[in-house]
Design a protein around this ligand. Structure first.
Ligand SMILES: NC(=O)c1ccc[n+]([C@@H]2O[C@H](COP(=O)([O-])OP(=O)(O)OC[C@H]3O[C@@H](n4cnc5c(N)ncnc54)[C@H](OP(=O)(O)O)[C@@H]3O)[C@@H](O)[C@H]2O)c1
Length: 330
């Protein structure tokens, strides 16, 4: 590879076009969202991962109603078949591509099959996700928590994007939506594994958006707050907290599809972000206070720091006894 420094003349006209389009679609999303959605997705091929449950399942119905051809991905074939049947019965187009996205060759196989069957992919929605809620001190022997979240939330999403981007580039058109969380702005305790993977996903999204800004390929991130789906069902405390309904979460997704805005973030996320940068230590204390206030059951094999200190103190003592001159070891 040559190390010569070479320059090119950047294209700037696409920025003007993008500016006009931005306002056109943002206004339309407010005054006529249904029509706008139809214009955006009618006849388009959409890959929707995580379609068997929660937000994904309901988004699938709405997109099919607006005329999209849907490629539904998740592991549970039965659930996807039932959803595709429901969509077909209502006159929509949905096709099942069941698979485990943590197997990257499976990602390639699914994308190839979809492009072969439908000719192209216009929109990729990386919605499949896995969340883990656990304190860092309880993960010392659970490195796989980090591997598992990265594998699905980050690496699988990128692998899917790598498969569809060449086609989008060739047609100079496409939209990739990566589903993230407001945790990226608020940094709640106990979500280190989950948030690390979503931060990584957002990092990739913003670099991609910058690199493709002179084309007609767009990248968006959705920073959802807690949404009442099976994902949060195992956590008891969320049953008593006000959380976003799936209906509203679906509206957020449809809005991003119409506007192609870079980010969808609610007022709580904006406040958390402002707090984090303006008053970082106060923000840390608030999160820590709520962390301490809620008890978390340690895993069975967990040895508390008190016991660990006690054990090492005892070990040190017995070592001293062994080494002390004139004393017999016990
Ligand atoms: N619910 C919330 O409070 C919340 C908040 C912020 C962000 N989010 C994000 O929103 C997105 C959707 O979550 P949700 O709340 O709708 O969760 P959900 O109901 O648990 O759905 C998760 C989806 O991901 C699929 N999935 C999981 N592992 C997979 C794998 N290895 N391969 C393929 N598909 C897999 C699941 O299908 P199978 O089990 O059939 O594979 C399911 O369809 C996620 O990215 C999540 O991180 C959720």
């Amino acid at each position: 590879m040559s190390n010569d420094l070479k320059f090119r003349i950047p294209k700037v006209l696409p920025y003007l076009n993008r500016f006009g389009q931005h306002w056109r679609w943002n206004v339309q999303s407010v005054i006529a969202p249904k029509d706008a959605l139809q214009q955006r997705v009618n006849g388009k091929v959409v890959i929707l991962t995580g379609a068997s449950s929660g937000i994904g399942a309901q988004v699938a119905n709405e997109l099919a109603r607006a005329g999209a051809t849907l490629a539904l991905i998740a592991r549970n074939q039965e659930k996807l078949d039932a959803l595709a049947r429901e969509i077909h019965d209502q006159g929509g187009k949905a096709y099942v591509y069941a698979g485990d996205l943590t197997d990257f060759e499976e990602c390639d196989r699914l994308c190839k099959a979809i492009e072969h069957d439908h000719g192209r992919v216009d929109i990729l929605i990386n919605n499949a996700g896995r969340s883990i809620r656990r304190s860092i001190k309880f993960t010392y022997h659970r490195f796989h928590d980090y591997e598992r979240t990265m594998q699905l939330n980050y690496l699988a999403s990128i692998r899917m994007a790598m498969n569809v981007l060449p086609g989008m580039e060739a047609r100079n058109e496409g939209h990739i939506i990566n589903v993230s969380t407001v945790g990226v702005q608020a940094n709640p305790a106990r979500f280190s594994a989950y948030l690390g993977s979503k931060w990584a996903l957002e990092g990739w999204t913003w670099v991609a958006a910058n690199e493709f800004a002179h084309t007609r390929i767009r990248f968006s991130s959705l920073n959802y707050p807690l949404v009442r789906t099976p994902m949060i069902a195992p956590t008891k405390i969320y049953r008593y907290m006000p959380v976003m309904s799936v209906d509203t979460a679906v509206k957020w997704m449809l809005d991003v599809i119409i506007t192609q805005n870079k980010r969808k973030l609610g007022i709580f996320g904006k406040g958390a972000l402002a707090m984090y940068y303006l008053l970082p230590k106060t923000s840390e204390s608030i999160v820590n206070f709520s962390y301490q206030a809620v008890y978390e059951q340690p895993p069975e094999n967990y040895i508390s720091s008190k016991v660990r200190n006690q054990t090492s103190a005892n070990e040190e003592k017995s070592e001293h006894r062994v080494k002390a001159p004139g004393k017999k070891s016990q």
